[in-house]
Design a protein around this ligand. Sequence first.
Ligand code: PHE
Length: 472
Amino acid sequence: MQQAEMVQRENWRSRLGFIMAAAGSAIGLGNIWRFPYLTGMNGGGAFIVIYLMCVIFVGLSIMIAEFAVGRKTGLAAVGAYKAHNRSWSFAGALGVLSGFFIMGFYPVVGGWSLAYMIKSVTGLLSVPEAIPDYFGAFITAPTEPLIWMLLYLAINVLIVARGVAEGIETAGKILMPTLFALLIFIIFRSVSLPGAGAGLRYLFVPDWSQVTGQTVLAALGQAFFSLSLGMGCMITYGSYLSKKENIPSNALTVVTMDTTAAIMAGLAMFPALFSFGMEPAQGPGLVFVVIPSLFAQMGSMGVLLSVIFFGALTIAALTSSISLLEVVVAYLMDEHKVERRKATFAASTVMAIMCILSSLSMGVLSGVQIFGVGFFDFFDILTDKIFLAIGGMLLAIFVGWFMDKEELRTELTNDGTVTFSFFELWYNLIKYVIPVAIAVVAAMGIAAIEQTSLMIFGLLVIVVLAIFSKKL
Ligand code: PHE
């Protein structure tokens, strides 16, 4: 049986190959761009503590579950659910929809990163005082960010249409360590600036007074987003995982790498930010303002480092967004028999339109609102605060209540050949704790939120998908 699986399903050539691909999907803009700015918008240390709890108690367990479902069925998200029970197709389809909508704003930020790589050489760093205003002017401009976004999206399309992510994964293998090394360098630089201590206190001394239901929902959503969970991406990766690999330890490695990257990004940015006397609640511009300001103090060496930093960030973003695009393309190919190239072009054309709207919502379309928010926020909030969390909850319910416990044990211990001492704990977390916890956090978030209509819209979409589940 193992033999048959091996023939059908291409396996990761090496353990490192799998870890790098899964970590490549996980580590991206979520860690370097989104995590620091959310931390700054949600009061610092308290947000980080809640985030870490979400990662440890929810994220890790869900990642183990996704790998297990993928490897057991040998199928990508929708197929894996469907193979088990047709009425569950909607949970897989919800994941595809999440990937699709995340691609409605992710390439916009990928484009900013690409632009900043080039702009580092063309004078961005020469007037340090102008850096904060420059970012605002750049993203609100009507055409320039669109060009960068389309360029970024085109790179994704080229890679996914040819069906070979090898090139980019090789680039990731070199640039991911580069990104880590650079972050370490920036951290040293950042903490040695005058007044940096205030930044460290902000990160590590929690101020609980700012915490609301929204903070907790933001942290949970960020954990799913950053770990690429709740949308079937890791189910798909798990389907390629060799039967010999230890799932829990692989999951632990990926989660640790992803979380380390996020914390390092925070450590790199906040001490410098406080030293420069900037506002922690900068919002989405944080990395694009703090990092160039820091490098601007270092002369031509700073220019070089800035190019490398934004280059590495762009590659990290690419290894994430190709996994998002691939989820959508794989669905069209497997379930609707669309040819790879056609599927890629069709999906990316719609994504380009969503991204144009998202990008323009920063500037000329800032007055246009759907469900009380602009386009960029619409795609962002809909996916990470609603779809991913509910997607994770559905997966937990599916695994905990609809799969056989002993089969899961067999899968996670490779038929008893490796030990997983926390199996019972993991199983109970998945079956009881996580579904309830996500429901409570979602309810708290809905209760505290300004965007109630958007939340209700998101939930309605899920209900509609569930009703039409058998057609998906
Ligand atoms: N985890 C990626 C990041 O942090 C984004 C992502 C989400 C990728 C979901 C795939 C699936 O940038």
